[in-house]
Structure formats: structure tokens, C-alpha cells
Design a protein around this ligand. Structure first.
Ligand code: HSE
Length: 307
């Protein structure tokens, strides 16, 4: 068995418009790299962290906390050192904390003979999410681990369903350079919804799942609507309405907030359309003078992988 492993941990889009805290997808073109090494000494040490200004104290780092959850459940008697090479910006809304948490526990599982199932690894990684946002949500860690689209059918007991990914589906993600903390963008949400909004929302969740399985791109597009969270959170994202309007006018199937924002995602049929949509989205931020990063990506159906 190897003593160290280098892994690619994909960025993820949580919620996918209608599925707050339950739907997510993994990206191919953006992700972090991590190196995890076995040590004789017990415990977890973050020995290197590049690309972002984040804490390296084990208990303050999401990979550290997820790793401790792994160790607590494992028979393995040693510990691990972790090097984290961040490519995903913290607070961008494309699963930065989930990439670090899942990368750590996936690598540890590989290095110790795979004692845990992917579902168990999700539970360990959720401890990292609890540290990052105050809530142990699984809609970023599940697609990072399973790949493709995932549905958290239930949190208690945890039940995750992998959903088919239509082969021509591409994502465009634009990140306006402002930081929105997940904990803040969760705090502003209402804790109750109307029956009327619930009916619209679960209609769309069902429609999206059906559209993904039957590869019905029009149905996917019609279902990418969020009547509950987007109207509240979009206020935190400058230019959101204009970016969304331009993306749809250009031909995107749908467009919404990526996770808790501020990134905005669109799904398109085919790479050429996803690139056109990227251009339309960037035009908006060029006009209003906000810096941005933009990514066009195939959906990553594999999840975390060894490099
Ligand atoms: N479902 C979470 C939220 C995802 O929207 O707060 C955070 O990336």
C-alpha cells in the first residue's frame, strides 16, 4: 500500500437552482489538488497550504476536521500529513470547503485499504462543511465524492442517490470577485415557505431529475427554477438579474446561483453554447466594471481522482 497519494478534488455546484441543500453536481475543469501522506505520529497535520489564505491549524481547517472524523472511526493507528494546493477560491460558491474535506477523507481511505464506503466518507466530509458554514450540508461533498449529479434524498438517515449526467451537458460558472460567506447567505433565508412555493419547487426538483435521466434538455431547462432561495440571495450578487437574463437569451437551458453564491452558473447543451453563454455573462460584468473569473466545464462524472 502506498504511503502517499496526490488527488484532484473537483469544484461543485450545489442546489442546482431548485434543490436547496439536496442537489449538486461536480465540475471537470476546476478543482484543488492535495497530497496526503501517512505518518507514524497520530493525528492530522496540515503541512502546506498554497493558493488561498486559510488556516492551517487542524481544528480550524476543514480538511483537518474531516480527517479527524475519519481517524475517529478508523482502526488505523497512525496519522496523516496534508498538503493543500487551492485552485478554488474560498467563498466563491463552487464548493471550496467541500473539495478540501472530501479530498482529505477520500485520500485517507485509499491509503488505508478503503475501509469506508463513499456514503461514510460523505459523513466525515460533512464535518468540514459544519466548520465552514455552521451546517453539515452534503450537497457539495456528495457530488465531489460520487461525481456527476447527486441528490441527498434524506439527511437522517443519510441517503444519497447518483443521478444520470446527459453527455452533452456543460456548465458555465462566473465568479464576480466579491466574497459571500455561506454562513451569512444562510442566515438571511426564511425558515418557512408557503405551500404555493413548495408546490412549484418540488415540481421542478422532480422535473430536473426526470430530465437528467431521460436526457430531455428542454425539461432540464424548464426545471432550473428556484422560487425559494434565489429571490432572497440574488440581492447579495451585483448584476445577478442581468447575467441571468443574458445567459437565457443566449441559449442557456437555465441559470441560477451556484451554491450560496456569489458565483452564478448556467447549464447548456453542448460546449459551444456554454462558451457563448460565458461570453454573454462576462459582457455584463465588463459593462458594470466588476472583476470576475469564468469557467466552462464538462460535468465531472468520476468525482475525486488519483493524480
Ligand atoms: N446548499 C448550501 C447553501 C450550499 O446553499 O447554503 C453551500 O455551498
Amino acid at each position: 500500500m502506498n504511503n502517499e497519494i496526490r488527488v484532484f478534488c473537483p469544484a461543485t455546484i450545489a442546489n442546482v437552482s431548485c434543490g436547496f441543500d439536496v442537489l449538486g453536481l461536480a465540475l471537470d475543469a476546476v478543482g484543488d489538488e492535495m497530497l496526503v501522506r501517512k505518518t507514524k505520529e497520530k493525528g492530522i497535520k496540515i503541512t502546506k497550504l498554497t493558493g488561498q489564505d486559510l488556516p492551517t491549524e487542524t481544528l480550524e481547517n476543514v480538511a483537518g476536521v474531516a480527517g479527524l472524523a475519519f481517524l475517529a472511526a478508523s482502526d488505523y493507528q497512525g496519522g496523516f500529513e496534508i498538503e493543500i494546493y487551492k485552485k478554488i477560491k474560498a467563498g466563491s460558491g463552487i464548493g471550496s470547503s467541500a473539495a478540501s474535506s472530501t479530498g482529505a477523507v477520500w485520500a485517507m481511505n485509499e491509503l488505508t485499504g478503503r475501509p469506508f464506503s463513499a456514503l461514510q466518507l460523505v459523513k466525515f466530509a460533512m464535518e468540514g462543511e459544519r466548520l465552514a458554514s455552521g451546517v453539515a450540508h452534503a450537497d457539495n461533498v456528495a457530488p465531489a465524492l460520487f461525481g456527476g449529479f447527486t441528490l441527498v434524498r434524506s439527511y437522517s438517515p443519510l441517503d444519497i442517490v447518483k443521478i444520470n449526467t446527459p453527455s452533452e451537458l456543460f456548465a458555465t460558472v462566473i465568479h464576480p470577485q466579491i466574497e459571500v460567506k455561506t454562513s451569512d447567505s444562510r442566515r438571511i433565508l426564511k425558515t418557512t415557505i408557503s405551500l404555493e412555493d413548495g408546490i412549484k419547487q418540488w415540481g421542478n426538483v422532480g422535473g430536473l431529475i426526470a430530465g437528467l435521466f431521460t436526457e430531455d434538455y428542454d425539461l432540464i431547462g424548464r426545471s432550473l427554477e428556484d422560487h425559494i432561495v434565489e429571490p432572497i440571495r440574488s440581492i447579495l450578487i451585483p448584476g445577478f438579474d442581468a447575467v441571468k437574463q443574458k445567459a437565457i437569451e443566449t441559449g442557456a437551458l437555465g441559470c441560477g446561483i451556484s451554491g450560496s453564491g456569489p458565483s452564478i452558473f448556467a447549464l447548456s447543451k453542448g460546449e459551444a453554447m456554454a462558451r457563448k453563454v460565458a461570453q454573454a455573462m462576462t459582457d455584463v460584468y465588463e459593462k458594470i466594471g466588476i472583476d470576475y473569473d469564468v469557467h466552462v466545464s464538462k460535468i465531472n462524472t468520476e468525482g475525486i481522482k488519483k493524480l
